[in-house]
Design a protein around this ligand. Structure first.
Ligand SMILES: *Cc1c(COP(=O)(O)O)cnc(C)c1O
Length: 734
């Protein structure tokens, strides 16, 4: 083959005249945006990344770091010019800079100024911030993510501490039999918006934690979540044994030895990391028991540096500590035997100058009871002066469950209060709804979204406009579902006809019910099937059809949960359900976002009172979805008769079978007698006026109350400020 001389391309007139400098400048601005997860709750910035390459954007889990790594500055510049993105990029970049620099006028600066020099240290085992950062498994993580985003938005001084899982939780696939198969994928550090955290001298940080059988090392990553610094500990470092290098690979993997070691790294390692960073927290917030070893290390520091005695250190550190419990069943709390505790806490125990029995006593309801295991919730309660559950009902349940810790008190005086969970509105709100709210609530609603009064203006909304916006979002959801279901079929090598059929499943005019959450048996994903034939008729009704979209993972060890998935997913083989009941694989923040933004009804039917709070229904509220739920968790305090639907009457039968059958009957009744008639009752314009009225009621009465802004404000006022100032010795946050 002869060599062909390719002439250098002549600069054409139509080609934009980017100097290298502008291209690089543009690229750097996009990189700066990509490296702060602030972008993820700003739809204009999300759209900016999407516009660079819409197809790739979807393929790479909406990860802007990956997207930019695949493009040169020149390619970006060219694309930006085609799409007229230049101004938008500059604006977004300026907005981020302003956001990071202007904190003086924030709510936090006004109301939580004392935390400025000594911030809150917020510990959580997982953080769900965006689908492209897979260091969460479910509700607890999403709650932590929403908490720190709202703290950022409000300007509350807070740093967050978690673990870096390079394999995260698993990816879910269903095989031909509808059985869940777990896949673990390595996340590459360079594809994430993280960088090594540095100490006060600018050196990368590695913390050392002593155990009886040698040292555990962890390096520390920094992730920017708006104004909040999230520090993530990672055991994959040289110097650790090969086994320990994998200690933080997966969320909730391994046995109880893995578990206690992860919790040692999170709690004790986390406090050491803060020390190395030069951060001096005024408040420690332990989000769930996983991090409850943290106060022990803080006590050690106080004893060593301030010469405090153990009892005084305990009293002082506890007064600075806020503890949130999330688990309404006794079996759900982490417990460890004495051997594991001594192996991992022994060296720290010696420095604290206490005996093995004394240490064990901190984790026992009855300190003297040698048969009692060491419980992370018990030590969390004992080492904090403010403890809270995550809904009003969960508060009652928790006070009863832990009453033995305060045997001299009556149940109402058990010092566990409640702060009901909420969701970060900008994360979960669809862009078309943002635009609708801008129009009716006025632009200042963005700064006041935690205030109920702001939302009253939604009563002025034009019903037709609200309905159209909702239907546009519903169409978007159905498109997403069709794409996913057809992809699932293709992956299973199904018949081309089946794959093709997936493109037209679901009816945009049918009442659409969403159900997505972890498939734990108490959540009863199959409750709607208890009256199987009647449900089949309802779904198949020619005039008033009903359709369901399901999603959710079961814990890898939860066989009964996997059977539930199988039962629901395999309904697609039953002609009465095919195309009307669909299961979307691999529930994550992306799937959640589509679902809560597009369904008519969000269904939740757990066995009461096992749902501590639940937050997914709160996300649906914001987007105009109506909740149909058992009166459990947040819904027990949210439902007012006119802002959604209730299953059951807020009682539960002690016999599980009877309870399930009563709730199953009532679910059917509520659908048949309330939900379906209201949805299909149309006026001359085809509008379901009363339904829209209920959507409006739901938004007006619930959006602010169940927002993470309100939640964080509650934590500041009832927890953080008191803990920071040592204002009160009253342990109750009620
Ligand atoms: C919101 C959310 C949850 C928690 O919702 P629940 O109502 O508590 O089940 C879990 N997983 C994902 C991906 C979420 O977005």
């Amino acid at each position: 083959m002869s060599q062909i001389q390719v002439p250098a391309p002549a600069a054409s007139i139509s080609r934009p005249n980017w100097t290298e400098l502008t291209a690089q400048d543009l690229y750097d601005k996009l990189l700066a945006l990509a490296r702060n997860l602030w972008w993820s709750w700003h739809p204009e910035v999300v759209n900016l990344f999407r516009d660079l390459d819409p197809v790739r954007w979807r393929q790479i889990d909406h990860n802007p770091i990956v997207l930019l790594a695949e493009m040169t500055p020149e390619q970006v510049a060219e694309r930006a010019s085609e799409m007229v993105l230049y101004t938008r990029i500059n604006q977004a970049h300026r907005r981020l800079k302003d956001y990071l620099n202007n904190t003086r006028t924030s709510w936090g600066a006004r109301e939580a100024g004392v935390l400025g020099a000594r911030p809150v240290a917020y510990f959580s085992a997982e953080f769900g911030i965006h689908e492209s950062v897979p260091i969460y498994s479910g509700g607890l993580g999403v709650l932590s993510g929403d908490h720190i985003k709202s703290a950022s938005g409000l300007g509350v001084p807070l740093v967050a501490i978690g673990l870096y899982y390079d394999q995260g939780y698993f990816k879910q696939r269903l095989n031909d039999e509808g059985w869940q198969v777990e896949e673990y994928l390595d996340t590459k550090v360079e594809n994430l918006p993280i960088e090594p955290a540095r100490d006060t001298q600018g050196r990368p940080i590695t913390v050392e934690i002593e155990t009886l059988h040698g040292r555990l090392l962890a390096k520390v990553w920094l992730m920017h979540v708006g104004r909040v610094h999230l520090y993530l500990l990672d055991c994959d470092v040289e110097g650790n044994s090969p086994e320990d290098r994998e200690l933080t690979s997966r969320l909730y993997g391994g046995d109880s030895r893995t578990r206690i070691r992860q919790e040692l790294v999170l709690g004790v390692g986390g406090v050491k990391a803060l020390r190395a960073l030069g951060v001096k927290p005024g408040v420690y917030h332990l989000n769930e028991g996983h991090s409850a070893f943290a106060p022990l290390e803080v006590m050690r520091q106080r004893m060593q540096e301030d010469g405090l005695a153990f009892d005084d250190a305990l009293r002082e550190v506890a007064s600075q500590t806020v503890f949130t419990t999330h688990t309404p069943v006794p079996a759900g709390h982490d417990r460890f035997d004495g051997g594991l505790v001594e192996e991992h806490l022994g060296p720290l125990r010696q420095k604290l100058g206490i005996s093995f029995e004394q240490l064990m006593g901190l984790g026992r309801v009855d300190p003297q009871n040698e048969h009692e295991a060491f419980c992370m919730t018990v030590i969390g309660l004992k080492l904090s002066r403010r403890a809270n559950a995550v809904s009003s009902l969960h508060g009652h349940v928790s006070r009863r469950m832990w009453a033995n810790l305060w045997p001299w008190r009556v149940e109402e005086e058990i010092p566990i209060g409640h702060i009901t969970n909420g969701v970060h509105i900008p994360t979960w709100l669809a862009y078309p709804m943002v635009q609708l709210y801008d129009k009716y609530l006025g632009p200042e609603w963005h700064d006041r979204m935690g205030e109920p009064e702001v939302w009253q203006a939604i009563y002025g909304v034009d019903p037709g406009e609200l309905w159209e916006t909702h239907n546009a979002l519903k169409s978007r959801l159905l498109e997403f579902v069709r794409r996913r279901v057809s992809r699932q079929s293709r992956r299973r090598n199904e018949d081309p006809a089946v794959i093709e059929a997936a493109r037209t499943i679901l009816d945009p005019n049918a009442l659409t019910i969403g159900f997505a959450r972890r498939f734990a048996t108490y959540k009863r994903a199959d409750l709607f099937l208890r009256n199987f034939d009647r449900m089949a008729q309802m779904i198949d009704d020619a005039n008033r059809p009903v359709q369901f979209i399901f999603a959710g993972k079961a814990h890898p060890a939860d066989e009964p949960g996997k059977r539930l998935i199988q039962r629901v997913a395999n309904l697609r083989h039953d002609p009465r359900f095919a195309g009307r009941v669909v299961f979307i694989e691999d529930y994550d923040i992306n799937v959640a976002r589509h679902m809560v933004q597009g369904v008519d009804v969000w269904l939740n039917n757990p066995r009461r009172p096992l749902e501590a709070s639940g937050t997914s229904g709160q996300k649906a509220v914001l987007n105009g979805g109506l909740n149909c739920s058992v009166l459990d968790g947040w819904w027990a305090e949210a439902f007012n008769g006119m802002n959604g639907f209730s299953i059951g009457n807020g009682t539960s039968h002690a016999n599980e079978d009877i309870n399930d059958s009563r709730d199953g009957d009532d679910l059917l009744r509520v659908l048949q007698e309330e939900v379906i008639p209201l949805f299909y009752k149309r006026d001359a314009d085809g509008l379901p006026r009363e339904w829209i009225q209920r959507m409006t009621n739901s938004i007006a009465t619930l959006a602010a109350r169940f927002s993470a802004h309100r939640m964080v404000i509650d934590y500041v006022q009832k927890g953080y400020l008191v803990a920071a100032g040592g204002l009160s010795s009253d342990m109750s946050v009620r």
